[in-house]
Write a protein that binds this ligand. Sequence first.
Ligand SMILES: [Mn+2]
Length: 291
Amino acid sequence: MWKNVVNYIGCDAEYDEARVVLYGAPFDSTTSFRPGTRFAGQAVRNDSYGLEIYSPYQDLELTEGAVYDCGDLELAIGDSGIILEQIRETAEQILRDGKLPFMIGGEHLVTLGSVRAAAQKYPDMHIIHFDAHTDLRSDYLGVELSHACVIRRCWELLGDGRIHQFGIRSGEKYEFDWAKSGHTDFHPFVLEDLDAVLENVGDAPVYFTVDLDVLDPSVFPGTGTPEPGGVDFLTLMRAVTNVCGRVNLIGCDVNELCPPCDPTGASTAVACKIIREMLIAIVNRGNGKTG
Ligand SMILES: [Mn+2]
């Protein structure tokens, strides 16, 4: 019979056979500036058909039967607590089935749902965090469940030294001071030092969260809180491939694409390609060709 083909390109496995499960979290209720990330999952699926499943950078492709795309979750828009629980339950089920949860945000708060599930199964896990923003506020205008606080909420689960932050160039002074005092492993402005950190992390379980606003707005204007001074596309692409092909990855997400903020579609194309390179590195890990 005919089949719905609007999954991310190449992600047409059945659930039971898949090693990776892709799911969208269309939520942007705590976005502090320009909303619209709730449309990212569908935009990425749609525009992924402009890509190939082959990566000439890695000389690898999205192998058949490796990734199941379950589409966007039906979230209780309007209640951050409930949506985080819905996302946590989704990630928990995927982890219980021995698969890797790969989430497309949504704003960055959605990460907390998946991280709660991952930390339950892997209490010794680390987080690798790419972002323009610290996301370390204890609250944002009195709201603790905000995308401006998401990494602070993750730290409350994991403690000092387990969160490795890269590319950060915006936040309040107290957040920078707090990070630098050793609560997080803090690498502002750039993605350099990544190799050394990955070396130290070794075989520990890693959750990888990529806020695409780590990119410079000149290559990625389609985001709610653009912050000049970011990295270029190839630098980010090589870094995400490095992480995904090398670490003991147990879950990941790509967030903060806001398609309505970039009507040219260039930002969605950037997100699609970053996701493709991550998926290819993940599904080919262990075959001796990545990492
Ligand atoms: Mn950010």
